[in-house]
Design a binder for this molecule. Structure first.
Ligand SMILES: [Zn+2]
Length: 96
């Protein structure tokens, strides 16, 4: 998936499913390795919102927001993702 100037890999794996569930997460982003790991066992609407949430982490780190907002990243993204998920569609067929 292209996010800004970067190609970000969306990854699904049994290992990620186990690790993310153990940590109580639906997904996670690595903004330096340019990856998003998503659990494959999520309901379609949860997977969609989780991917958008993780995309927003990548967007965040391509802007000046880290300098402007410091540790507000998770709060801002958690506030935006549920609303934006109703107006954003992904073309990746693995994502509903
Ligand atoms: Zn987050």
């Amino acid at each position: 998936m292209k996010i800004g100037a970067h190609d970000v890999a969306i990854l699904f794996s049994e290992t990620a499913d186990v690790e993310l569930a153990r940590e109580g997460l639906c997904g996670r982003s690595d903004v330096e390795r340019l990856t998003i790991e998503l659990r494959s066992d999520l309901a379609p609407s949860v997977r969609h919102e989780t991917l958008l949430h993780e995309v927003l982490h990548h967007v965040w780190h391509q802007t000046a927001l880290p300098e402007l907002c410091g540790d507000q990243e998770e709060i801002v993204i958690r506030s935006l993702a549920p609303i934006l998920s109703t107006v954003v569609q992904f073309t990746d067929r693995r994502i509903p």
